[in-house]
Design a protein around this ligand. Structure first.
Ligand code: G6P
Length: 616
């Protein structure tokens, strides 16, 4: 993980780098640091803790410099402390580096460099890398640009790095393998920005170059960007993209937290996801990524979904949806498990990767494996131009807009929308679904944004429920059918941001173990939708009640049965059963949000987590 940012231009670098680091803090926030170059001198400030602490540290001095490198860390090698924070110097003090990723073979490299007289001050793999680069540069008497490929070709692992050489201060060199790296190109090439994503530089420029894996770029003031391949030095033409992102999208807009803002953005995010794709009156779903390969989809023997975290839960919902609509067998795999076995993949299989960031290392690795085995790869990503969207043969973006809160919310619901649209598109082509049902579903999807708005109206009531249960040590979440994955997702949300232990289960499985945990201290959140085996769920609730469990029911509007037995109910509008996850999830997101706020936890940046997990 980690976020990196750099500036080389005519302005003061410090405010640009600090602001950029705050935007990148979602990528890790164990420690932060900044290096500034001015008058032949590199000033270095770094500290354990968040960017705000770095700001406090720097506020005691005067800083200046129009070249700056900053880093916000999610610790991999070495505990989060001041010394292990980035940037790191080489032994001579000439080179300074920031790094996102892991150098897996750092131990033998460190041993070799130690024998050659290098001294290490931190426990990090990054300090090994910067000294390796220095060693190559000095022993061959070559420039940094020439030394970097030689050094990087000795490294195993992943990196997005930016390196600055005090002896050649007109240039910053960046390289990428596995971790993301964007270069913002300012007006007249008078300034350049380097960042893990475009959010730190969007207010300065919307021209960006996304480096591909295995590429290295020299960024020279007034001269532009020169890109070469790390393996063979071959030149690559820089491709400058125009970004659609705007500043408003990445700011809080009056909400206390990004998470709450993103929960409330869901009606619009869902609308944006199906806009131009869902045409109910014409009875069609248009998705270029699917349309162009429709035969592959209709003939697919199996769909394998690979994902991590919340995206994996969206995959589980999609399993129910694909099998119901398109009658294609689906397997949903944790990307991290899939890649480490020897999965059986047939050329008629389709592998769908679901990823908000499009950068998750395990999901990427699973895709690479599937590609080697000849599968057709399809990506469902939110971040445009991300690594997963580039490695896949085709795909569909979720168009949810930037998601900053570490706990995923709108990414989840929009992933379900995209996957539902794909399933409907295939269903129509295959004729696997009744004409009437198909049309009902298309029209109902159009109603989802306004129904999400109604679900959000329960906010105050949910806040009261949160108040009543915020001190519980454990929670159970139960659901059936389409809402079983929602139970898993609800439990994950609570764990992530409130640190309360929670488990999700299929409601009927409760009697095979979890019911032993139930007593008057145990809040049990039960999703009871009208067509989701309602009567059976009601019986499950009775069973829990007789063990004195505290029931929070998520029920369709106007429900009477659950209301009579549950301690609390949260209502959601009626919808067709396959779309109920899009509404029940909203209640669970709000519940975990309010509990975490009441417990005074850091909702947007929960401890030990990061938004984009680019380590394996
Ligand atoms: C991290 C995030 C989760 C996310 C998961 C997968 O753990 O904190 O919110 O669901 O990564 O990320 P992806 O970007 O691949 O969806």
């Amino acid at each position: 993980m980690c976020g990196i940012i750099g500036y080389i231009g005519m302005q003061e670098a410090y405010p640009i780098v600090i602001k950029g680091l705050k935007r990148l803090e979602y990528r890790g926030y164990d420690s932060a640091g900044i290096a500034l170059y001015d008058n032949d001198d590199i000033q270095l400030y770094k500290t354990k803790g968040k960017v705000a602490e770095l700001e406090n540290l720097v506020s005691e001095t005067t800083v200046s410099g129009s070249i700056g490198l900053g880093h916000t860390r999610w610790a991999t090698h070495g505990v989060p402390n001041d010394v292990n924070s980035h940037p790191h110097f080489s032994n001579s003090g000439d080179l300074v580096i920031i790094h996102n990723g892991i150098i897996e073979n750092y131990a033998p490299l460190k041993e070799e460099l130690t024998k050659r007289g290098y001294v290490f001050h931190s426990d990090t793999d990054t300090e090994v890398l910067v000294n390796l680069i220095e060693d190559v540069k000095k022993s061959n008497n070559i420039s940094l640009f020439e030394a970097l490929p030689i050094a990087l070709n000795q490294c195993v692992g992943a990196y997005a790095i930016a390196v600055f050489d005090r002896t050649n201060p007109e240039e910053v060199i960046v390289a990428k393998l596995g971790s993301p790296l964007a270069i913002g190109v300012g007006a007249y090439e008078k300034e350049f920005f380097i960042a893990s994503d475009a959010s730190p530089f969007i207010e300065y420029t919307n021209n960006a170059i996304y480096l591909e894996d295995g590429e290295l770029a020299s960024i020279k003031l007034g001269q532009g960007v020169e890109i070469v391949k790390i393996t063979d030095g071959q030149n690559v033409d820089p491709y400058v993209q125009k970004l659609q992102l705007n500043l408003e999208q990445i700011e809080k807009g009056g909400f206390d937290h990004f998470m709450l803002k993103e929960i409330y953005e869901q009606p619009n995010a869902i609308l944006d996801t199906y806009r131009g794709r869902l045409l109910p009156d014409e009875g069609i779903v248009k998705m270029a990524g699917v349309d162009d390969h429709i035969e592959r989809f209709t003939k697919a023997k199996r769909i394998i979904i690979v994902a991590c975290g919340t995206s994996w839960h969206a995959g589980l919902v999609a399993e129910y949806i694909f099998e119901e609509f398109a009658r294609i067998p689906v397997e949903v795999e944790y990307a991290s498990e899939f890649r480490y076995r020897n999965p059986i993949i047939d050329k008629d299989d389709i592998v769908i990767a679901i990823s908000q960031s499009g950068e998750t290392a395990d999901t990427m690795a699973a895709l690479k494996l599937a590609k080697e085995k000849g599968a057709f790869l399809f990506g469902v990503c939110n971040v445009v131009g991300s690594s997963i969207s580039r490695i896949t043969d085709a795909g569909a973006y979720t168009h949810a807009g930037p998601e900053i809160g570490v706990a995923s919310t709108k990414a989840f619901t929009t992933q379900i929308v995209v996957l539902s649209l794909i399933a409907l598109r295939i269903a129509k082509e295959k004729g696997s679904m009744g004409h009437k049902d198909y049309h009902y579903l298309l029209h109902e999807m159009e109603q989802i944004p306004s129904k999400v708005k109604i679900a959000l109206e329960e906010n105050d009531k949910i806040k009261e429920i949160a108040q009543a249960y915020k001190d519980a040590a454990n929670f159970l979440y139960l659901g059936r059918g389409f809402n079983f994955p929602v139970a898993l997702e609800g439990a994950l949300k609570l764990k992530e941001i409130s640190y309360i232990h929670a488990e999700g289960y299929p409601a009927a499985e409760m009697k095979h173990g979890p019911i032993a945990l139930v007593d008057e201290q145990m809040p049990v959140v039960v999703i009871a939708t009208r067509k989701g085996h309602y009567e059976k769920v009601v019986s499950n609730i009775q069973e829990l009640k007789s063990r004195k469990g505290k029931i929070i029911g998520i029920v369709p509007k106007g429900d009477v049965q659950v209301k009579q037995i549950a301690d609390h109910v949260i209502e959601i509008p009626e919808t067709l059963e396959p779309f109920t996850p899009l509404l029940s999830t909203i209640s669970l997101q709000l519940l975990s949000y309010h509990i975490a706020v009441l417990l005074e936890k850091n909702v947007d940046q929960p401890r030990n987590l990061a938004k984009s997990v680019t380590v394996e």
